[in-house]
Design a protein. Structure first.
Length: 406
């Protein structure tokens, strides 16, 4: 596969990680990285195991196939609200509409997949612009010159209520359900896709993620990560770790695209590295090598990352009874064509995640005395009905639905 380069002398460097989190038994997120096509996708499935998983896999695969098929072919005729869009923006919108149709057809014709759906956020990099399209509450952020901007707007009940009545009070908003989305792939045979086109600059970073990350890690924490490292793979791992430290209540996916200049070396020289931990606020803490517990922390990091080789999802969704065992966490960067699914089974314990930062050891991180510098011990309990391990704070078992008495 060739490396993609834009006409203005820039190229993308990308990586993605998807993780089951600490609450769920199955991962229904999928990520797709196709730098040679300029295509990057995160899909978050809904409908339970073998339904939400199929929906997100099908959405990602459908987009992949559509972009392959339309590299040299004609695009479908634009809808009335798309006539003013650039051709490459119309391409990503048409691809998402095709994915929606594919998910809807399978959901409508197979009883075991009835009611399944998926959110999606897709970024298409072409001609020094990035075209970001989405349906649902999976997000895209841009990090530029030390600031972060959310480029997508969640299709949620709260946002729709605010659009109709912008003067809703905090008390009125607090009474609305927090996790209700109003748009998703597969719900109807047609879907409205939101699209945004932005110019790119060398040094830009784009983060695509599922709500398992955005619901756990705030904008300040995301910026903290990119102050420590701008390497997409490492930043993805840190963001996943922070979301898990915050509770990991959902599947977590992070996909990062960095815009590099052609004048920059393809392989950046390794810097002197310092090891960091996470504090109870999800921030990174320096840890001095040689202190008690170092060996255990290093062993935790190795066991956390040692999940075996990633497997490719087939071009068609799996049929019932043919699911396979995947690795617990699937990290990768700029791979060949592949759709990645993370493991279905959570780790046996909630061990601490140790991360290595690209910050020089001679340059300590900014001190913030207002943050408490103690480790977080994640408390867990087991469901009396099915024995599933749960993070304390749930009112019901996310596996069998039984009420909990904690």
């Amino acid at each position: 596969m060739g490396e993609m380069r834009t006409s203005g002398g820039t190229r993308p460097a990308a990586a993605a990680v998807t993780d089951v989190g600490r609450q769920r038994k199955h991962n229904e997120d999928h990520v797709l990285v196709r730098p040679e096509l300029g295509l990057f996708v995160v899909a978050d499935g809904m409908g339970g195991h073998n339904a939400g998983n199929v929906a997100s896999a099908l959405a990602a695969t459908s987009l992949d196939n559509f972009f392959e098929a339309t590299q040299t072919g004609e695009l479908p005729g634009p809808a009335p609200d798309e006539v003013d869009l650039p051709p490459e923006a119309r391409r990503v919108v048409a691809g998402i509409r095709k994915a929606n149709h594919d998910v809807f057809v399978i959901s409508s014709t197979h009883s075991q997949h009835q009611g399944m759906g998926s959110t999606v956020v897709a970024a298409h990099l072409a001609l020094d612009h990035i075209h970001v399209a989405h349906v649902g509450d999976s997000r895209c952020y841009r990090i530029r010159n030390g600031t972060i901007e959310q480029l997508t707007k969640d299709h949620s009940l709260i946002n729709d209520a605010l659009a109709l009545k912008p003067d809703l009070t905090p008390e009125e908003l607090a009474r609305l359900p927090k996790n209700i989305i109003t748009r998703a792939l597969g719900m109807k045979d047609a879907v409205k896709v939101d699209i945004r086109t932005e110019p790119v600059q060398p040094g830009d970073l784009f983060l695509l993620c599922s709500d398992g990350l955005s619901g756990m890690v705030n904008d300040e924490q995301i910026l903290d990560v990119f102050e420590f490292t701008r390497e997409p793979q490492e930043a993805c791992e840190l963001l996943i770790a922070m979301a898990n430290e915050a509770g990991g209540t959902d599947n977590i996916s992070a996909l990062i695209v960095r815009i590099d200049s052609d004048e920059e070396p393809s392989v950046r020289p390794a810097s002197s590295a310092e090891t960091y931990q996470l504090d109870e606020l999800g921030m990174l803490l320096p840890r001095t090598p040689g202190t008690p517990g170092d060996a255990q922390h290093e062993q935790d990091a190795l066991s956390s990352d040692d999940g075996g080789d990633a497997e490719d999802i087939p071009s068609a969704p799996p049929t019932p009874g043919q699911e396979r065992e995947d690795t617990r966490r699937t990290p990768w960067g700029s791979p060949p064509s592949s759709v990645v699914q993370q493991s279905d089974r959570p780790p046996p314990s909630a061990g601490r995640y140790v991360a290595v930062s690209a910050r020089s050891a001679s340059s300590p991180p900014p001190d913030d005395s207002s943050r408490r510098r103690k480790h977080v011990e994640v408390r867990v309990a087991r469901c009396a009905n099915c024995g599933y391990e749960l993070f304390i704070g749930n009112n019901f078992c996310v596996e069998c639905g039984a009420p909990l008495k904690l």
